[in-house]
Design a binder for this molecule. Structure first.
Ligand SMILES: Cc1cc2nc3c(=O)[nH]c(=O)nc-3n(C[C@H](O)[C@H](O)[C@H](O)COP(=O)(O)O)c2cc1C
Length: 217
């Protein structure tokens, strides 16, 4: 039996979502669409309702060019760590669309928000960071539903991005998200298409009762 229409539509968005690098058109995003996408991010669950995220919208081309140059330098650092086939495969993979996208959304984590008594974070400090990642995923899915693409860029040093955007030392930049209209969303992840790595079968990552116990299919 197939799922009700609205459920099927939700899964359609979820499976259509892609990390975008090369397909941005650069066209502007309508203000109300951007508001909805940011509103979706801000509706994410967070430990102790701390809402430890902020969103820095970066449109300025000089700022974006500085960031793109830094990302390219970090790409070279990573490339230098690779040998043979890995190096050759990586050389064909684009890792950012900083200038081609319509804007950058830098998502940050402020561990002080709602502190000192963040309900649910006393034993797991990373729970704050997990919350920011959920906001990013909400943003990613909402953008996909709106026909926009998102590309997560992590080839940067946190202190570089802090300096570039005036982010206080205690606040952690978690992601630079390239955002904007796209020509299309690819059917398969770029990394899969280029032979870097493939999505694992679901069965490989599901355990029953104890870690390592898998069920016969
Ligand atoms: C934390 C995180 C960091 C990532 N950093 C980068 C990056 O720096 N450059 C890039 O091209 N893709 C980056 N990605 C995108 C992944 O490569 C991508 O999600 C993965 O290959 C699966 O493809 P899909 O998102 O299209 O399904 C990142 C994704 C995550 C979740």
């Amino acid at each position: 039996m197939s799922a009700p229409t609205e459920v099927a539509e939700f899964y359609d968005v979820l499976f259509r979502r892609r990390d975008v690098r090369g397909e941005f058109t650069g066209a502007p995003i309508e203000a109300d669409v951007l508001d909805r996408v940011l509103g979706a991010a801000h509706a994410a669950p967070s430990v102790g309702l701390s809402q430890p995220w902020d969103f820095v919208l970066v449109r300025d081309r000089d700022t974006r060019r500085s960031f793109r140059d830094h990302v390219q330098a970090e790409r070279s650092v990573f490339a230098a760590s690779l040998d043979g086939e890995r190096a050759e495969t990586f050389s064909r993979i684009k890792v950012e669309g900083v200038l081609e996208s319509s804007l950058g959304v830098v998502v940050t984590y402020d561990a002080d928000r709602g502190s000192p008594a963040v309900l649910g974070r006393h034993a797991i400090a990373d729970a704050g960071l997990f919350s920011v990642c959920l906001a990013i995923q909400n943003l990613w899915l909402a953008a996909t539903a709106e026909g926009l693409g998102v590309g997560w860029v992590s080839f940067y040093r946190e202190d570089f991005l802090r300096r570039l955007l005036g982010i206080p030392q205690r606040v952690r930049p978690v992601a630079w998200l390239c955002l904007g209209p796209v020509e299309r969303l690819a059917d398969t992840p770029d990394l899969e298409r280029h032979g870097w790595r493939s999505r694992l079968p679901l069965h490989d990552v599901v355990h029953h009762e104890r870690y390592g116990q898998r069920r016969e299919r």
